[in-house]
Design a protein around this ligand. Structure first.
Ligand SMILES: [Zn+2]
Length: 325
C-alpha cells in the first residue's frame, strides 16, 4: 500500500489529500532514459574518435607490426643485393664460361621465365602490408628460379670442362724426344732432299736426331693402334690413336715396349730411338695426323717448350736440308 500524503489548506482550514499527477512520473522516466542514451552515445563517440587511447596489449601489437614492416624492408634490400651478385655471376657465366666452352649463353628471358601472366600472389592481397609482402615473396621466387637456372648451367659447364680436359690431354702436345736428349732437330715438315735418292721430296714429319736407345715419349693420351715393323720405310714404328681425330706416328725405332690396344698417357716411354727401316742415321721420325691428314707437328709443342726453345726449333725446322727420312 502506498502512503497517502496530506496537506493543510488554510482557506478551507482542513487537511486535503495530495493528488499525484501520473503524467509527470512518465515524463521523468522518459527524460532519464534519454539522458542515459545520450551519455552512452557520447562515450562511444569519444572512444571511436580517440584511437591514441590504446590498451597496453594494442600498444605491444602495434610495436610488433612496426618492427615486422622494418624487417620486411631490410629483407627486400638484402634480396636486391643478392640479386645484384647473382646478376654478376650470370654475366660471367654467359660471357666467359659458356663462351670458353663453346656453349650458347642463356638468354635473360629464360633465366627469369615464368613470372608473367597469372597473379600467383592473390592470397597475399587485401591487407595493409600486402605490397611489402608480395614484393618480398616475388623477389625471393625470382631469385630461387635464377639460382636453379645458374646451377644447371654450371653443371653443364662442369661436364664440358671434363670433356675439354680429356681433349687437351689427348692432343699430341710435347716433343717425342726430350730437348736435352736431342743431338739436333735434323729436319722439319716440308720439302727436303731425300737422303737416298737426293731428289726434292715432301717430308711429312719431323726428324729428331738422338743416339740409339734414347727414350721416345707418347706425346698425348691415347691407345696404341699399331706397334710393328710391317709398314714400308718406317721400320719399327708406333701409331697412337688419341681420339678427337688425332693420331701420332713414331718411326725408325730401335725397339718399342708397347703393344697394340694398350692405353698410354702423355709422357710415357713407348720406345727407343733407332735407325730401322728407310733411315740414314739414328733418329725418331715423328708425324701428326688430324682426320687422316698429315699436318705439321711443329704447331703442337706448346706443351713442353719455352718461347725461346720454340723459336729455335722453328728456325731449324724451316731450313730446307736433307732429311733422315
Ligand atoms: Zn723423317
Amino acid at each position: 500500500m502506498s502512503k497517502v500524503k496530506y496537506y493543510y489548506d488554510s482557506e478551507t482550514l482542513s487537511y486535503r489529500k495530495i493528488e499525484k499527477k501520473k503524467g509527470r512520473k512518465l515524463k521523468i522516466f522518459v527524460l532519464s532514459l534519454l539522458g542515459m542514451f545520450l551519455s552512452g552515445f557520447l562515450l562511444l563517440l569519444i572512444y571511436i574518435n580517440l584511437p591514441s587511447v590504446q590498451t597496453p596489449k594494442e600498444l605491444s601489437l602495434q610495436r610488433e607490426l612496426n618492427n615486422m614492416e622494418l624487417q620486411f624492408e631490410l629483407l627486400n634490400k638484402k634480396m636486391n643485393q643478392a640479386q645484384a651478385v647473382l646478376a654478376e655471376v650470370e654475366d660471367r657465366d654467359n660471357n666467359l664460361y659458356r663462351v670458353y666452352f663453346e656453349s650458347n649463353p642463356i638468354p635473360e628471358e629464360q633465366r627469369k621465365a615464368g613470372f608473367g601472366g597469372i597473379n600467383r600472389y592473390k592470397d597475399l592481397e587485401g591487407f595493409d602490408n600486402s605490397k611489402l609482402i608480395i614484393n618480398a615473396t616475388r623477389n625471393l621466387d625470382i631469385l630461387t628460379k635464377q639460382i636453379v637456372v645458374q646451377s644447371r648451367s654450371l653443371d653443364e659447364i662442369a661436364k664440358l670442362a671434363e670433356k675439354k680436359e680429356k681433349l687437351l690431354a689427348a692432343i699430341p702436345a710435347i716433343q717425342p724426344v726430350k730437348n736435352e736428349d736431342l743431338t739436333r732437330m735434323a729436319s722439319g715438315y716440308g720439302y727436303r732432299t731425300d737422303p737416298f735418292t737426293k731428289a726434292r721430296k715432301f717430308h711429312y714429319g719431323m726428324d729428331f736426331t738422338a743416339p740409339r736407345g734414347t727414350p721416345v715419349y707418347a706425346t698425348g693420351d691415347g691407345v696404341i693402334s699399331r706397334a710393328d715393323n710391317t709398314a714400308t720405310g718406317y721400320g719399327n714404328h708406333i701409331v697412337i690413336d688419341h681420339g678427337y681425330g688425332y693420331e701420332s706416328l713414331y718411326g725408325h725405332l730401335y725397339k718399342y715396349n708397347v703393344r697394340a690396344g694398350q692405353k698410354v698417357q702423355r709422357g710415357d716411354i713407348i720406345g727407343f730411338v733407332g735407325s730401322t727401316g728407310r733411315s740414314e742415321a739414328p733418329h725418331c721420325h715423328y708425324e701428326v695426323f688430324k682426320d687422316g691428314e698429315r699436318i705439321n707437328p711443329i704447331n703442337f709443342y706448346y706443351g713442353s717448350l719455352t718461347a725461346e726453345e720454340f723459336a729455335e726449333i722453328l728456325t731449324k725446322a724451316q731450313q730446307e736440308n736433307q732429311s733422315l727420312d
